[in-house]
Write a protein that binds this ligand. Structure first.
Ligand code: C5P
Length: 226
């Protein structure tokens, strides 16, 4: 596909971690650096698309030409994704969204209690952003790509996620491999996508995230057009 073909496409990408507040000074989060999502945004822009990046808190520069919307929590990201996904041709969920948030966020800093060695937090499930986008009805539903960052049984979990979340494509990677995935500039991945005949896959060897991002964007646009 040439840049001209993608010029009128709108790509919406979620990236980075989310932060789930416990009190005014503490939160739950994860190690996502946002690098893969930002590389995807840069690759989609380079392919000629209009790109909106819904970003959790990361210390990365916004790729040139990309519209960035900063969010903090999973609920904030959910609100922005719901608003923007129906305007997208391609939605890529690359964010490491916290699965749970605190049921109650304390208004004031929680104090250490002298009378107990343990503290119990009650967490409630966050909405599954990408699954909700994938469940949109046509014509509002974009082509939907998800990510699966796993530390074991990557292929099994990825297959299950593709089906359970109703995705069109999934990019799976083993984040336990040293030098790959979280925080690193390189990534290896297993791509899995639906075809009318079933599910196809290919293996992407370790490579810079920018190169993997180009492959994912190209593959998604090719599938979008078939
Ligand atoms: O279920 P799990 O978190 O492993 O799934 C990962 C995929 O789902 C990623 O594409 C991630 O961005 C997306 N996700 C989401 N909303 C959540 C949890 C995950 O969009 N609440």
């Amino acid at each position: 596909m040439t840049a001209a073909d993608t010029r009128n496409r709108h790509v919406v990408i979620t990236a980075g971690p989310t932060r789930e507040a416990l009190d005014p000074v503490r939160y739950l989060s994860n190690h996502s650096s946002g690098k893969m999502g930002y590389a995807l945004a840069a690759a989609a822009h380079a392919a000629g698309a209009k790109v909106t990046l819904i970003s959790g808190p990361v210390s990365l520069a916004t790729p040139s030409g990309v519209t960035r919307i900063d969010v903090t929590s999973a609920l904030d990201m959910h609100t922005e994704a719901q608003r923007l996904a129906p305007t997208a041709d391609l939605f890529i969920a690359c964010a490491a969204v916290a699965d749970y948030r605190a049921e109650h966020v304390a208004e004031h800093k929680m104090k250490k209690r002298g009378d107990s060695e343990t503290l119990t937090l009650t967490l409630v499930k966050n909405p599954d952003i990408v699954a909700e986008v994938a469940a949109l009805a046509a014509p509002k539903r974009p082509f939907v790509v998800g990510f699966a960052a796993e530390t074991r049984d990557t292929q099994d979990y990825a297959r299950d996620k593709l089906t359970r979340k109703g995705l069109d494509m999934i990019v799976a990677n083993d984040v336990s491999q040293a030098g790959l995935g979280f925080g690193s500039d390189d990534n290896a991945a297993w791509l899995l996508w639906r075809t009318p005949e079933g599910v196809e896959s290919d293996t992407q060897p370790p490579q810079p995230k920018s190169a993997l991002a180009e492959t994912v964007i190209q593959r998604a646009f090719d599938l979008l057009d078939t």
